[in-house]
Design a protein. Structure first.
Lengths: 415, 415
């Protein structure tokens, strides 16, 4: 972008971050695309760190996504390298070589194997990533790593983001205090199908990779997979979750049921909560966003069906422009329900905005007074609730409005 | 809208329209929503006129859609009533009563049964349609009907449209000259799933309703069902095709195979061509549109799969904003292919813009020179071609760019 973007009106201040024992990280300005800002992040993990990951469902994934998928089965991680400004997507053999060279360079400074290095890239698609700028910058970046480098890392992975995103939770596993801390970036091309581009979370808990993977897979279902800015799914989406074990909690067998084991219950709640906070920070920085939309769907034939209805509402350009215009145009919500292909019956459908039931059983509520709804539309947080009246399926999704800012940003992204 | 919208830069002048023997039509200002313009259209068909129709697949269809679906099985039509400004959607029992009263009033002036009257409404969703304004206006409107009323009808069905849309074809059935003439409206909420809101076509050919229905069903598949402005499918989409029989061609049995019978071949080609022209006129009036995008997909595993890929590209906000910004950001085309869930292989994928192959087999073409593509992007007609390299499936779809104009129009539609 020629001009720095104004900070989103929905931005939240960075929380006071802590340390995750076993993780040291930092950022450097490698000059990959942006001038005068950091664009390269390195994190190093203590030996024995386990890892879980979820990735974009795109059929055209970036080379770093392919790399991470290939090394993930070992469940072991010692380093993470992230660059902003170039996504290393649709770059063919050159892109694969870039990944191998970056992993090799990071392995040398971290004293591990390339297969213990995780890679992520974000930025423009289809341009060759100048890998030597990364490999040249890594030794000095490694020498400066610190366990307080989280803020710098959150800033170093930004692209069209207007504010850095991080969250922290303190929780317990079987009586032992542990911390979970993560960062995220994302602003456009946001309709994650397994995760959003990009989020990295670490904990000092000791957890087997298989348990970690289950917790992450289930955690993103109701968080990162329930947000959308523009219905466009990135080729580079990725959430990685690292567990260093430095907290020294009692070992967790890799055969436990991660979703029901009482020893993990508190941790699971904290992780889900943190993932939701990070996901919402991404929507709060949705390109051009001025309002945060929370869409609650009930009465669907299944949770999956409710999710599809919620996402159809959140993705509808006409709903999103109505929100931008502070217009309580609930007819467009009806349209979005009707178009999405899920079971729905006009004559059992109810729509509420801001807690006011506007339409019920296929027609407008008798004596409907638009006044409180008009007031609600002027706020930053817009609540839309739909009850399909068919079953017990529920879902909640988050989106933002569609404004001139989105057009400004995306009509000239590469210039 | 408070201010009349400027005419789309992609607008086409109205063609010189003819007469379809057996059809008389006209428009009146009934004051349904708009001031100082026509908003009610009546067409009367000669006895024996057959009819075919395709309708929105929305689960929340408008009352007029329900009405037309219910009366269509008879295959007979004597009148058509269309109003603009209020869609009569999500209006419950009142909406059904409005339809019955309108059909009754039209039947009285046309001397037919209510079941021979077809109804369509377009405009805002969820508001009660003031039916008495329609029924009051019908007798005078009927008295003024004329076989040259096509231009007035094309204007009377407009909402956010910035120019009237019509097309004409002269063709032959078994040696007899026949004419096909139609009108359309549509500008936003355009992602038809069986048809777009709204198009009405008439021919003086004599054709059984079953044959007409087959021709229309197949005809919309590659025309109206291949256009999108904003991925939002209207609750009111409808294409009706009337055949008055006034041309006096040799009778066509209702048992012929409409798609392969040689006597119908020329007519079928002309009808498909006319439907495509009307569909493209709708895209040319896409809300805020400044460029017409033609998307050609080949090498897919099936035609259906190719269609889904083409529509994913045409619906992507990031592709559409890049076109608006005259940015040959082909990486976003790759993203759209990757996200849509259809079989695709990054490493066999090719992308061309303006006839220039930019990327092939998963990476940018060697020695790619962006100069001719940059020049192409500055034009009004943008051609995007994708070859998936997997099979023989092909499809073509049409869309438009996403500009500030779309936000302006839709952030304040009800005000």
């Amino acid at each position: 972008m020629a001009q720095p973007l104004p900070v989103s009106p929905l931005a939240r201040p960075m929380p006071e971050l802590g340390v995750v024992r076993g993780v040291r990280l930092g950022a450097a300005a490698a000059g990959i695309r942006y001038k005068g800002r950091t664009d390269l992040v390195l994190a190093e993990f203590t030996p024995g760190t386990t890892v879980a990951g979820v990735f974009t469902q795109s059929k055209c994934p970036g080379a770093p996504v392919d790399w991470c998928r290939a090394v993930l089965p070992t469940g072991q991680a010692r380093a993470l390298v992230v660059n902003a400004g170039n996504a290393n997507v649709f770059t063919g053999r050159a892109g694969r070589q870039t990944c191998a060279a970056t992993a090799q360079a990071a392995a040398e400074v971290a004293g591990c194997t390339p297969e213990e290095v995780y890679l992520a890239s974000t930025g423009v698609i289809g341009e060759i990533l100048p890998v030597e700028r990364i490999t040249t910058a890594l030794p000095a970046l490694h020498a400066a790593l610190s366990d307080t480098g989280w803020d710098a890392a959150a800033r170093g992975i930004m692209t069209t983001d207007t504010f850095p995103k991080a969250a922290i939770r303190k929780t317990r596993i079987n009586g032992t205090d542990v911390v979970i801390q993560g960062i995220a970036k994302g602003s456009g091309m946001i309709a994650p199908d397994m995760a959003t581009m990009l989020s990295f979370v670490a904990t000092d808990a000791a957890l087997p990779a298989a348990v970690l993977q289950t917790l992450l897979r289930v955690g993103v279902k109701t968080t990162f997979n329930c947000i959308t800015v523009d219905s466009d799914t990135s080729t580079s989406d990725m959430v990685l979750l690292f567990a260093t074990g430095a907290a020294g909690n009692a070992p967790v067998a890799d055969t436990v049921d991660a979703l029901t084991d009482p020893a993990l219950a508190e941790f699971k709640t904290a992780l889900d909560d943190l993932l939701r906070e990070l996901a919402l920070l991404v929507i709060r920085d949705g390109e051009g966003a001025t309002k945060l939309m929370t869409i609650t769907v009930s009465g669907a034939v299944s949770d999956e069906s409710a999710w599809r209805v919620a996402m159809a509402i959140g993705n509808s350009p006409l709903v999103k422009t109505a929100i931008a215009g502070e217009d309580a145009n609930w007819g467009r919500v009806v349209m979005a329900v009707g178009k999405c292909g899920e079971p729905a019956d006009r004559d059992t459908l109810s729509v509420s905005i801001g807690g006011v039931c506007i339409a019920r059983n296929g027609t407008v509520t008798e004596g409907y007074d638009e006044t409180p709804v008009v007031a609600h539309m002027k706020g930053q947080d817009i609540d839309i609730a739909v009850d399909l009246g068919l079953g017990n399926g529920t879902a909640r999704a988050w989106s933002c409005d569609l404004t001139h800012g989105y057009i400004d940003i995306n009509g000239s992204y590469r210039s």
